[in-house]
Design a protein around this ligand. Structure first.
Ligand SMILES: Cc1cc2nc3c(=O)[nH]c(=O)nc-3n(C[C@H](O)[C@H](O)[C@H](O)COP(=O)(O)OP(=O)(O)OC[C@H]3O[C@@H](n4cnc5c(N)ncnc54)[C@H](O)[C@@H]3O)c2cc1C
Length: 476
């Protein structure tokens, strides 16, 4: 996992001089191939951000790369819904000015950035069956928080507890064994910092995991530190984040092979063999696996992974996220005179407006995380639609008949993601962190779940750089 002997700038300079630039500027790729010491081939499994960036980095040094992707589209958890008004994102939405790798890539690929929609300042709270404006929250009878907490609106409680006195001073500190005493239940940690039962109840549903009790406090603090260090004003790629992965794929010498669902990976002394569900077979000197562990656990790996790594593949947690995209038929907020955004302690959790550049609401997303998302995932589309209408009648009657469900996206049910983001349960950082991304024979591992320092999309790119260095070292 270390970057010993590598200077990131030199490494990227190598890239800027070769595949990306050549492909993007249309120069011949022969010069790149000429720089290879020995002919080496690599199978990259998965065409998400980490797989595509790995492939570009390897091609830049003359490695012959084949990318295998299960879906009929590239990008994985970067997916702009081009078929919906306003082109909302199904996956990654925004990033910050310190996502250096992502910013370098967008510059090289001549993509434009623009400010992403900021978080809504005004919102309607619907708590314990009552509708309350944020301004009236502190005095509301539905507010059962303690004296120390009652001035904080429920969506800000987590920020309050996570950013106040975060013991992790930088974005890699969560991997330092000196903090392993924090690898305990996040709920227990929050209680030790004074969080009341009611604060726990309100924080639980919308947190970015499936439960406060089943999440490591160390992971949560590390995640909070990374976001604090990396984010700032949210930005995104003009026209949608899928434009980035599309351009990355187009810059590859060999097109991504889509509809290739990897079923088994074998590593031997001389190379790797990958078999896909359509019975196609691919051989190369090395494989880079970027599949989320939630999916990799169904792929046969031979020889079997070492015990701890195998446990990590089986047990790493992934957050269920279900998004219900809504078309606005009538501006219902003009009827009830509340802001368009709703935050509630009932199962629909958050209904967030999507705005165009003129701030006009184009549509809405009902964004549900964790256990509530898992509950929605058990429903048929018809049942979910009935449940949604039943719930909005209670939380926002003005919405009834004034919004229409136009799309459902469930990352939990997605067969090639099985969750939106990885996270560690209590005790898992100490058990798995060092073992989980170790190369096994000729199989190497990348993907957001294997990164250390950076969050979100940047973490996928961080992992690609690390794995490309591993392969270059292995080639010699
Ligand atoms: C709802 C949501 C919101 C997010 N918001 C943000 C945000 O605002 N900012 C941010 O920075 N990040 C955000 N992220 C996180 C970001 O999208 C991910 O960290 C990043 O895209 C992960 O890239 P990856 O390459 O590691 O994984 P993936 O993108 O999942 O790539 C893995 C690839 O492997 C493929 N695959 C799976 N199984 C197989 C198989 N058997 N055979 C072959 N291929 C297979 C998949 O189809 C996929 O293309 C969000 C993610 C989600 C889901």
């Amino acid at each position: 996992m270390s970057n010993k002997g590598w200077n990131r700038r030199e490494f990227l300079w190598g890239v800027s001089q070769s595949a990306l630039t050549l492909a993007v500027l249309g120069r011949t790729s022969q010069q790149v191939i000429a720089s290879t010491k020995k002919p080496t081939s690599v199978l990259v499994l998965g065409a998400g951000l980490s797989g595509l960036y790995t492939a570009l980095l390897l091609e830049a040094k003359g490695v012959s790369v084949t990318v295998l992707e299960a879906r009929d589209r590239i990008g994985g958890r970067v997916h702009t819904l081009d078929d919906l008004p306003g082109k909302p994102e199904a996956g990654a939405i925004s990033f910050g000015k310190k996502y250096q790798r992502l910013l370098d890539l967008t510059e090289r690929l001549k993509l434009s950035l623009e400010e992403a929609q900021p978080f809504e300042k005004e919102l309607l709270l619907h708590i314990r069956g009552e509708s309350i404006t944020a301004q009236n929250w502190a005095q509301s009878t539905a507010n059962k928080l303690t004296e120390n907490e009652r001035n904080i609106i429920p969506p800000r409680l987590l920020v309050h507890y996570l950013q106040k006195n975060n013991p992790l001073k930088n974005s890699t500190a969560w991997t330092d064994p000196k903090h392993s005493d924090l690898d305990i239940s996040f709920e227990k940690y929050l209680r030790s910092k004074g969080a009341s039962d009611e604060a726990i109840r309100l924080m639980e549903p919308t947190y970015i995991t499936n439960g406060l009790d089943t999440t490591s406090a160390l992971w949560s603090l590390g995640h909070a530190r990374k976001f604090q260090d990396y984010f700032g004003k949210p930005i995104h790629i003009k026209g949608g984040n899928s434009r980035l992965v599309e351009k990355m794929a187009a810059a590859l010498k060999s097109p991504v092979k889509t509809n290739k669902v990897v079923a088994s990976i074998k590593s031997s002394k001389t190379g790797v063999e990958v078999n896909c569900k359509d019975d196609s077979r691919f051989k190369a000197n090395y494989a880079v696996v970027t599949l989320p562990f939630s999916v990799l656990r169904e792929v046969e790996i031979a020889p079997a992974l070492p015990e701890k790594q195998a446990e990590a593949v089986q047990e790493l947690s992934y957050t269920a996220v279900t998004k219900i995209y809504l078309k606005v038929l009538q501006p219902f907020w003009e009827k009830d005179d509340y802001p368009p955004m709703t935050w509630t302690d009932s199962p629909l959790q958050r209904i967030i407006p999507i705005r165009d550049n003129a701030e006009k609401v184009t549509n809405l997303i009902c964004w549900v995380n964790g256990k509530n998302a898992q509950m929605l995932d058990t429903m048929s589309t018809k049942e979910l639609s009935q449940f949604f209408n039943f719930e909005i009648k209670k939380i926002r009657p003005a919405m009834v008949n004034n919004v229409d469900i136009i799309k459902l996206v469930s990352w939990g049910k997605d067969p090639y993601a099985k969750g939106a983001y990885s996270y560690f349960a209590p005790g898992q950082i100490s058990r798995f962190r060092d073992a989980m991304a170790q190369p096994w024979g000729r199989i190497h591992f990348a993907g957001e779940h294997t990164a250390i320092a950076s969050p979100g999309m940047e973490s996928a790119l961080e992992s690609a750089e690390r794995v490309a260095k591993e392969i270059f070292t292995a080639i010699g």
